[in-house]
Design a protein around this ligand. Structure first.
Ligand code: B12
Ligand code: SF4
Length: 539
């Protein structure tokens, strides 16, 4: 029986099916990304979901009608999202779930829809459903099918077969029949990415006042890091890395600039610089073409440290590159091997140095904790961070996340516990657990990460309101101060936890929280002395 509590009133409108759709074989599809509990909106404002936008334009070129709802862009809560959906009689609702953390919210929306009589097909796709397809279908009778891996062709075929209800042989689909779950074979990957229509955009696409858009220029990654689900997602077929040509990429950039006055583009490729000489040449060609055509945009990319090459990055910077996320992950050779990064510490150091030489702002992604971490490794890693002047709350606090489908998942499966569709584990070393708990109780330190981000932004972007030179000088000064403070704090924490009891832990947490507070007040004074107090408000 469905509980009456979850039925929402949908007042003031009748469900409507447009006349045009009634006649044609065209279907009406809604693509939905995870909604939020009211107060989570700011925390989870994620930027546009490119996967859904690719699917939408693909279905539209095959004459289907597609709406997109992205609650993270317009701030709709779970209930408001469900109400909006119930106004229309969609043939199919497609849930896009990049990550399991927000899946419980999706489940709530779906329950409200079913309890209010929604009878259309509900499918889900993205990284999380792909790896958890069996469990989702087993535990969620409201969800009818899962589109695994790349979605364009599988979803199109599913939509075309809705009337017949027969989903046999739709490659890439897992679905529920009355009593069982059928898992169809994989669908080969799309070889020609240039052949795909550009992702569908609308007024919600840009995600801040700078007309900021996301783009992707390749799919897959030739890396094989043990914790990463990207390889697992694409590696059942070849090639591991597929790319769009520079000509096709430039066309999309120009479309975004001309149609939406795009000023900033985040390239969300896992590794913007593709493999080997070919990848480098492609990146260089993209840079040259942007410059040649006089396109005025700022952009950011992510890449592996071993693809940081001074010549390419200089050209990319001249074309508008302003920020690079680099997967440094560790400052210890053995750990880089443990993660199967295919990297060395010296490659990491040289990538950081190249960023500095080119005055490019960068974020080093770093994994401080994993199930096997020991205290000596924490010390060695924090020393690496300090020596490279990148010791911040962002780099010291991360524990590796574990996803089904990854090699790491298979290695540690027996110690994992699942809660709300995410996996948790205990560290092998109890002192490491204590250090982790103390570090994660120091959330106030995030303020310093934000302050550094704002200063980098002011230092980078022309801005009449703020004094850029001051920002550049202060940035250098407080980066050093924060680097030293965070380093000392971690060593101090490590020192205190050894042989301390659970009761001591509480005292340590109080002590460090006070200490952090005092340090932040000190930074506030430094900023105010330099007439940059407003940076605290912006952070
Ligand atoms: C950009 C990005 C983000 C953006 C989000 C942008 C957005 N609104 O989607 C930001 C930076 C905010 C972000 C945040 C996070 N991300 Co992220 N992110 C990515 C990244 C790099 C690219 C996504 C993308 O645009 N891909 C391009 C499109 C074309 O591909 P796609 O999204 O996979 O979509 C295709 C298919 O999946 C499928 N599909 C997708 N949705 C649907 C829906 C339906 C109905 C169907 C039929 C098919 C379908 O069809 C699409 C077209 O082929 C991916 C890695 C990757 N390579 O995909 C990680 C990735 C998805 N992120 C990941 C993670 C872990 C996170 C965070 C948890 C990180 C963190 N610790 O905070 C958060 C959580 C966000 C959340 N709450 O959901 C993991 C997920 C791992 C997993 N198995 O769960 C990935 C795979 C990265 C990784 N290395 O492991 N992320
Ligand atoms: S390089 Fe990045 S995207 Fe590629 S496998 Fe490693 S972590 Fe994943």
């Amino acid at each position: 029986m469905r509980s009456s509590k979850e039925v929402v009133e949908v007042e003031g409108f009748k469900r409507r099916i447009p006349e045009s759709l009634k006649k044609a074989r065209t279907k009406w599809v809604l693509l939905l990304s995870p909604p939020f509990k009211k107060l989570e909106y700011r925390k989870y404002r994620l930027g546009e979901n490119l996967g859904m936008r690719y699917l939408a334009s693909f279905l539209e070129t095959h004459r289907h009608r597609v709406d997109i709802l992205e609650p993270s862009l317009d701030g709709s809560s779970i209930e408001k999202t469900a109400k909006k959906i119930l106004r229309n009689d969609y043939d199919l609702i497609g849930l896009s779930v990049p990550h399991g953390g927000l899946f419980p919210n999706m489940v709530k929306v779906v329950r409200i829809l079913r309890n209010n009589g929604f009878e259309g097909h509900i499918t889900a796709g993205g990284h999380f459903p792909t790896f958890e397809h069996k469990e989702i279908l087993r535990y969620n009778r409201n969800i009818d099918s899962i589109v695994r891996h790349e979605g364009e062709h599988t979803l199109l075929e599913l939509v075309a077969r809705l009337d017949s209800g027969s989903f046999e042989n739709i490659l890439g689909l897992s679905y529920r029949t009355k009593d069982s779950i059928t898992i169809n074979p994989h669908r080969p990957l799309i070889k020609d990415l240039d052949g795909l229509p550009f992702p569908k955009r609308d007024k919600y696409s840009e995600y801040d006042e700078l007309n900021h858009f996301a783009m992707i220029t390749s799919r897959g990654c030739y890396g094989n890091c043990s914790f990463c689900s990207v390889r697992a997602f694409y590696s059942y077929d070849r090639p591991l890395w597929r790319y769009r040509t520079p000509e096709n990429i430039i066309k999309e950039i120009e479309y975004l600039v001309e149609t939406y006055d795009a000023q900033v583009i985040s390239f969300v490729d896992d590794n913007f610089i593709g493999p080997g000489e070919f990848g480098r040449k492609r990146a260089l060609k993209i840079a040259h073409k942007i410059a040649e055509r006089g396109i005025e945009i700022f952009f950011e990319i992510s890449c592996k440290p071993d693809s940081v090459d001074e010549k390419i990055f200089k050209n990319l910077k001249e074309a508008g590159l302003r920020h690079v996320s680099i997967g440094v992950e560790s400052g210890i050779e053995d750990i880089l091997k443990r993660f199967n990064k295919g990297l060395t510490v010296s490659k990491n150091v040289s990538a950081i140095q190249t960023m500095r030489d080119l005055s490019l702002s960068f974020t080093p992604y770093f994994i401080m904790f994993d199930p096997c971490t020991c205290i000596e490794e924490l010390k060695e890693n924090v020393q690496f961070l300090y020596d490279n002047n990148i010791c911040t709350y962002f780099t010291i606090r991360n524990a590796i996340s574990i996803y089904r489908g990854t090699p790491l998942y298979s290695q540690v499966e027996r110690v994992l516990k699942r809660k709300n569709w995410e996996y948790f584990y205990k560290f092998g070393d109890s002192d490491v657990t204590k250090v982790y708990r103390i570090i994660n109780s120091l959330g106030e330190l995030i303020t310093l990460d934000s302050i550094l981000e704002v200063l980098v932004y002011i230092a980078d972007v022309e801005n009449d309101m703020l004094d850029r030179d001051t920002a550049v000088n202060v940035l250098e000064e407080i980066t050093k101060k924060i680097n030293k403070y965070v380093y000392d704090t971690v060593l101090n924490i490590i020192d205190r936890v050894s042989s301390s009891s659970e009761d001591d832990l509480k005292c340590h947490i109080e002590y460090f929280q006070k200490d952090v507070h005092t340090f932040i007040e000190y930074i506030r004074k430094v900023m105010s002395k330099n007439e940059l107090s407003h940076v605290f408000q912006m952070a």
